[in-house]
Structures are given as structure tokens and as C-alpha cells.
Ligand binder design. Structure first.
Ligand code: ADP
Ligand code: MG
Length: 258
């Protein structure tokens, strides 16, 4: 039985803005086991990024409890890796230097680890290349390698493939699943692509907006590798789509704005 890694209880978060108070998250309860792949899906503004930032320790102004292992999250740290939609690489550094970040490649242990990561994200031959020489998918693979350098306990991904074309995106999903199989890193992946959510996850967390709440958690009991064309995949996809659709009606009656 896998260990509980992340335990979120009674998590609420509000922003006070000039336009008033925004309830970004309301009484979120979520328990994630070590090695799980969780996707989080929901309409824009439902609190996906806020949830991820809190788990990352980038935002500590909330009520409730967020525990990683047996420790309350108190700030960012090497135990939590974060991937944004844009790669955020340093343009003046090569691939290997971007991955090594503040560590020296002259250290044989760092060198070994960086080489291992380059292989893991399938960028052999590109160690000395600069970000501008890479495609969007390749640059995002460098960002993933960099985030994995110090073996985080959890990798948090905020719509990491949102800016990529459909073919690159599908390829990146396969690469990420390979990484997950090899490294067994717990993944929490935010997307608003239903296919992507179902294709990747052990469980799909569906959030609803205003206030941001968990509406459903859908287990995806399909073996890996998955195929998007199978009937069982399409059935699950439709189930998630229907759950999201029922929220559209809710949004229409709810009015727009934050
Ligand atoms: P998502 O990632 O699902 O699109 P967010 O987590 O970014 O949603 O935002 C959730 C809600 O909180 C939205 O209504 C958004 O406008 C609001 N919000 C997010 N960040 C801030 C902030 N820094 N200041 C004020 N409001 C914010
Ligand atoms: Mg967001």
C-alpha cells in the first residue's frame, strides 16, 4: 500500500482585491499517495493555479492544512518541483547548465545526474545547445529535467503543455509518462484539456469555480500505456466532459467576473 504523501484538509483561500473578496478555494480536501499521478481540471478561474502554488509553498496565506509527508508546507523548497506553461529557462545558458542551475557541472556527481536527466527527457546530443535552438517541446523537457535535479517528492505542473501544438503535446504526454514510470515521482498536473487529464492520471480532480471547490474525483482505472481511441478511454472522457458541462450551466446562472 503506497504511503500518503500529501494531505490537504479544509483548505480555503481568498484574495482581497479592489473589486472585493474572491474565494479562490473553499474547503478543499485531497489526499494524494506517493507515486500517484493526479490531474486537476476545471474552468478558468476555478483555483487550479492557486491550489498548485499553495502546495509549492509559493503562497502561504491560507486557512486549513497542507502537509507534505508529516510536515506542514511552510515555503518553497527542493522537495517540490514546479513547471509553468512557459519554460522559464535562462536564454544565456546551455541545456546542461540550465539543468544544473546553481550547481557546478565540475562536480562529478552533478555531472552524472545532469547526464542521466538529459537521457531521461530524451535530449541526448543537445547538452550544449541554447534554449533558442530548441523547439517548444524540447525546451519544456529541459525545464522538467531541471525540476527533477534534486529528486523532488512531488512535481507540480501548471498547464505545462498548454502552449504546444497538438502533436507535440501528445508526444510530451508520452515522455512525461515515461519519466513517471522511471522516476516514480508523484505528479500533480493542471490542465484544461480533458483528453490530457484522462490520458495521464490515476485520478482526475474536477474543480468548480466561485468558490473553487472539488466537485468530483474520477478514478481512471485504465492500464498504461493508454490509447485515446479505445472505448473505455472514450467512456471516461465523456464522463469527465459531462461533469464539466454541468458546471457551464452553473456558470451561466452565476454571472461573469471574478
Ligand atoms: P485557474 O488557475 O483555475 O484559472 P486561479 O487559481 O489563477 O484559477 O484563480 C482563482 C481565482 O482567484 C480567480 O477568480 C482569480 O481571479 C483569483 N486570483 C488568483 N490570483 C489572484 C491574485 N494574486 N490576486 C487577486 N485575485 C487572484
Ligand atoms: Mg491557472
Amino acid at each position: 500500500m503506497a504511503q500518503l504523501l500529501l494531505n490537504i484538509t479544509g483548505l480555503s483561500k481568498q484574495f482581497d482585491t479592489a473589486k472585493g473578496r474572491v474565494k479562490a478555494l473553499h474547503q478543499v480536501e485531497l489526499r494524494i499517495k506517493e507515486g500517484e499521478f493526479i490531474t486537476v481540471i476545471g474552468p478558468s478561474g476555478c483555483g487550479k493555479s492557486t491550489l498548485l502554488r499553495i502546495i509549492a509553498g509559493l503562497d502561504v496565506q491560507y486557512s486549513g492544512h497542507v502537509r507534505l509527508g508529516d510536515q506542514e508546507i511552510e515555503g518553497p523548497g527542493i522537495d517540490k518541483g514546479f513547471i509553468f506553461q512557459e519554460h522559464r529557462l535562462f536564454p544565456w545558458l546551455t541545456v546542461e547548465k540550465n539543468i544544473a542551475a546553481d550547481l557546478s557541472l565540475r562536480d562529478p556527481e552533478v555531472r552524472r545526474r545532469v547526464n542521466e536527466l538529459i537521457e531521461l527527457v530524451k535530449l541526448e546530443g543537445f547538452a550544449k545547445a541554447y534554449p533558442k535552438e530548441l523547439s517548444g517541446g524540447m525546451a519544456q523537457r529541459v525545464a522538467i529535467a531541471r525540476a527533477l535535479l534534486r529528486n523532488p517528492r512531488v512535481l507540480l505542473l501548471d498547464e505545462p503543455f498548454g502552449a504546444l501544438d497538438a502533436f507535440t503535446r501528445a508526444h510530451m504526454q508520452d515522455v512525461l509518462l515515461d519519466i513517471w514510470r522511471t522516476n516514480k515521482t508523484t505528479m500533480i498536473f493542471v490542465t484544461h484539456d480533458i483528453d490530457e487529464a484522462v490520458f495521464l492520471a490515476n485520478r482526475v480532480v474536477i474543480l468548480k469555480p466561485r468558490p473553487g471547490e472539488i466537485k468530483h474525483i474520477v478514478p481512471v482505472d485504465l492500464p498504461y500505456p493508454r490509447k485515446k481511441t479505445t472505448t473505455s478511454f472514450q467512456e471516461l472522457r465523456l464522463r469527465v466532459l459531462k461533469l464539466l458541462d454541468s458546471m457551464d450551466e452553473l456558470e451561466l446562472t452565476d454571472g461573469a467576473g471574478i
